[in-house]
Design a protein around this ligand. Structure first.
Ligand code: ADP
Length: 394
C-alpha cells in the first residue's frame, strides 16, 4: 500500500471529475466522473484498477454527488483511510492576479475565488461548489487550490498587458491571464527533465478541444496564447481563437445578434466545429482524405495559426530549442505534428517519421537525432501536477 495520496477534484457546473493520485509513483489509484448533476438522469462512473462501477441515478447537487463518490470509495475501494489521503487538490480555472502558486484553501481564499467570478463566469462558480462540499465532507485534511492561471502570473508586463486604455484595463482587471497553466508548467518541466537541460527556450502546444500555446524560458513562461479568457489564440474545437474584436461590433450592428449570442457563436459554434461541422480532428482528417476542400481548408487555417504562434514565440525568445505537443490532438495526431513541423522547418524543426508515427503513452522525442531543435510528445497529466503542487504546501 502506498504511504500517501491526494484526492484531486475538478468540479464543473454539472459534473465532478476526480482522481486519487499517488504523487510519488505518479499512478492514479482510482478515478471517476459524476455527470448531469441537477438533471433528471445523472450518472456516476468509478474506476478502481480493472474494477469499473457505473451508476445511473439522479444526482441532486454537488454535495449529493460527492457523498456518492465517497460511498463508492468505501464500498468499491480503495477506502480513503487505507489510501492515506493527505490532501484534496481542487482545480480552479481563474485565479486572476491574486494567485501565483497553489494555496491552502481558507475562507479568505474562497472569497477571492468568489470575487473572480466575473472573470471566470463559467468555471469559478462550479469550482466553489466543489470546494464547499469537499471541505464539508472531507474536513480532516487540508484542501488546496491549484490555479490554471498561476503559471502565467509572472508573464512580463509587455506580454500580459493589452494596448487598451490603461485606466479602463486596470479598473476592470483586463489583462492576459492565460489558461491551461498547470498543463504547460507540467509539460515544460517534463521536457527539461527529458532533455536534461534547465536553460531551454521552448514552445508547448496544448492541443485539445481547448488549445493554447506557451513560450517558456528556463522555468518561466514568457508568453501564452489564451488571454483574459480562454477564447483568445489558437483555432480550437469550437472557439474562434484570435479574431478582430470589431467582428463583435459588426455582428451586433449589422446582424443584430445579442452579446450572449455572439458569445455562444465565438465560444461554441466556431473553430473546427464552425468551419467544418466537426470538432473532432479524426473526423476532419477523414473528410480531408475523402477530398473535401472545406475540411482541407480548415486544417490549413488550424496549421497556419499554429505556424504563426510558434514563429512569433521563437522571435520573442530569440530562438527555439524544443517544440512539444500535448493533450488529445497533440498526443495523438501524428499527421498534424508532421505537417506543422514541415511548415516550421526553417526553425530546424523536423520529425522522424518512424518515431512520430509510433504510438506511446510515454514522454518522448520524435525529431531525428542531431536536429537543430527537438520535437517532443509529452502526455499531459494535470491531476498529477495538481497532486504534486498540493503536497508542496504540506
Ligand atoms: P479537452 O480540451 O476536452 O480536455 P482533449 O485534450 O481530451 O480535450 O482532446 C480532445 C480532442 O482530441 C478531440 O476532440 C479530438 O479532436 C482529439 N483527438 C483524440 N484522439 C485523436 C486522434 N487519434 N487523432 C486526432 N485527434 C484526436
Amino acid at each position: 500500500m502506498t504511504t500517501r495520496t491526494v484526492l484531486v477534484i475538478n468540479s464543473g457546473s454539472s459534473s465532478i471529475k476526480y482522481q486519487l493520485v499517488d504523487p510519488d509513483s505518479g499512478q492514479a489509484l482510482a478515478s471517476g466522473l459524476v455527470e448531469r448533476i441537477g438533471e433528471e438522469t445523472g450518472a456516476i462512473i468509478h474506476k478502481h484498477g480493472q474494477d469499473v462501477t457505473e451508476l445511473a441515478e439522479p444526482v441532486a447537487d454537488h454535495g449529493a454527488g460527492l457523498s456518492e463518490v465517497l460511498r463508492l470509495f468505501e464500498e468499491k475501494g480503495p477506502t480513503l483511510a487505507e489510501a492515506h489521503v493527505v490532501a484534496v487538490g481542487h482545480r480552479v480555472v481563474q485565479g486572476g492576479k491574486y494567485f501565483s502558486g497553489p494555496v491552502i484553501i481558507d475562507d479568505e481564499v474562497v472569497s477571492t475565488i468568489e470575487r473572480l467570478v466575473p472573470l471566470g463566469p463559467l468555471h469559478n462558480p462550479a469550482h466553489l461548489k466543489g470546494i464547499e462540499v469537499g471541505r464539508a465532507l472531507l474536513a480532516d485534511v487540508p484542501h488546496v487550490a491549484v490555479f490554471d492561471t498561476a503559471f502565467f502570473q509572472d508573464l512580463p508586463e509587455e506580454a500580459a498587458r493589452y494596448a487598451l486604455n490603461r485606466e479602463i484595463a486596470d479598473r476592470y482587471e483586463i489583462r492576459r491571464y492565460g489558461a491551461h497553466g498547470t498543463s504547460h508548467q507540467f509539460v515544460s518541466g517534463e521536457v527539461r527533465a527529458l532533455l536534461g537541460r534547465e536553460d531551454l527556450k521552448q514552445v508547448v502546444l496544448h492541443l485539445g478541444n481547448g488549445a493554447s500555446a506557451s513560450a517558456v524560458v528556463g522555468r518561466h513562461a514568457v508568453e501564452t496564447s489564451m488571454g483574459l479568457t480562454p477564447l483568445e489564440g489558437l483555432v480550437m474545437g469550437g472557439r474562434t481563437g484570435d479574431i478582430d474584436p470589431a467582428a463583435v461590433f459588426h455582428l451586433w450592428r449589422v446582424a443584430g445578434l445579442s452579446i450572449d449570442e455572439i458569445d455562444q457563436l465565438f465560444n461554441r459554434a466556431s473553430g473546427m466545429k464552425g468551419l467544418t461541422g466537426d470538432n473532432d480532428m479524426r473526423e476532419v482528417w477523414k473528410r480531408v482524405d475523402a477530398g473535401e476542400q472545406e475540411a482541407r481548408d480548415a486544417m490549413d487555417i488550424y496549421l497556419h495559426r499554429l505556424t504563426k504562434y510558434v514563429g512569433a514565440y521563437a522571435a520573442v525568445m530569440g530562438g527555439l530549442d524544443a517544440l512539444t505537443f500535448t493533450a488529445g490532438i497533440g498526443e495523438n495526431d501524428a499527421r498534424l505534428r508532421a505537417e506543422l513541423c514541415q511548415r516550421l522547418a526553417f526553425l530546424g524543426l523536423e520529425v522522424d517519421d518512424a518515431l512520430n508515427g509510433t504510438r506511446s503513452d510515454e514522454a518522448r522525442v520524435v525529431s531525428p537525432e542531431g536536429s537543430r531543435a527537438a520535437v517532443l510528445v509529452v502526455p499531459t497529466n494535470e491531476e498529477l501536477a495538481i497532486a504534486r503542487q498540493a503536497l508542496t504546501l504540506l
